[in-house]
Design a protein around this ligand. Structure first.
Ligand code: 5RP
Length: 224
């Protein structure tokens, strides 16, 4: 367990105010945020908040803590979304989807007024790409897309959930991870991926968060 992940996840709960509609992210850092919000509700510090989950995994945790949940379509907008990231630059461009929830995370983010990313400082980078870029694709014709990525030198790998089982997202799609090492022009790549038939969404989140909370290994949290 990472002390940094726990510290930054719990710290982000300070940004939640009573009456808010809150977006709950996915992953091992978001886990601590959700847990802390649950504790504050149980302690009576937060009287009423409504939550929108970015994945089934997050929804299950919210329900176990008694956090009221609504579907995205049942709220007008989200006041605050708190989510993790796999890599981020200090100017708010990142890669998400390591946990496979990028599609729902991006849809929830698009409907959020304020976004906070919670990361450990090792995820702060100057150039994106060391972390494999997740691309969510429809199942039909997935090997054709795989070959296209391969022929373009993007070093694709199918995401697996077991030795012989392909990972299936909450929307029933596959994920191909692109092992790029360096992404020189994220905006150009995002444009190209968005225009490929069969690609549902990619994990480049460009100019998304309003605030990044970053924690060092000792659990000291800094706002960027
Ligand atoms: C899930 C995500 C996560 O936010 C991201 O992978 C970070 O996860 P963790 O907090 O476990 O390191 O994008 O799709």
């Amino acid at each position: 367990m990472s002390l940094g992940k726990e510290a930054v996840g719990r710290k982000a709960a300070d940004y939640v105010e009573d009456g808010m509609v809150v977006g709950f992210g996915t992953g091992s850092t978001a886990y601590f945020f959700i847990d802390e919000v649950g504790k504050r509700i149980q302690a009576g510090e937060l009287k009423h908040i409504v939550g929108v989950a970015t994945s089934r995994q997050t929804l299950t945790q919210m329900q176990s803590l008694g956090i009221e949940s609504r579907s995205l379509d049942d709220v007008n907008f989200i006041d605050l979304l708190v989510d993790g990231a796999d890599e981020t630059t200090r100017d708010f461009n990142g890669i998400k989807g390591g946990g496979g929830a990028l599609l729902h995370e991006k849809i929830v983010a698009q409907n959020s007024r304020r976004i906070i990313w919670i990361v450990t400082e090792d995820k702060l980078v100057d150039t994106l790409g060391k972390f494999p870029l997740p691309v969510e694709i429809v199942q039909f014709g997935s090997w054709k897309l795989f070959r296209t990525f391969d022929q373009s030198g993007m070093n694709p790998t199918f995401r697996k959930s077991g030795q012989d089982t392909l990972f299936i997202t909450d929307s029933g799609n596959y994920i191909i991870d692109l092992n790029l090492d360096v992404i020189q022009n994220p905006h150009q790549l995002a444009f190209e991926l968005s225009n490929m038939v069969g690609v549902v969404e990619h994990g480049l989140f460009l100019n998304y968060p309003d605030v990044i909370l970053s924690s060092d290994a000792e659990g000291n949290v800094q706002e960027i």
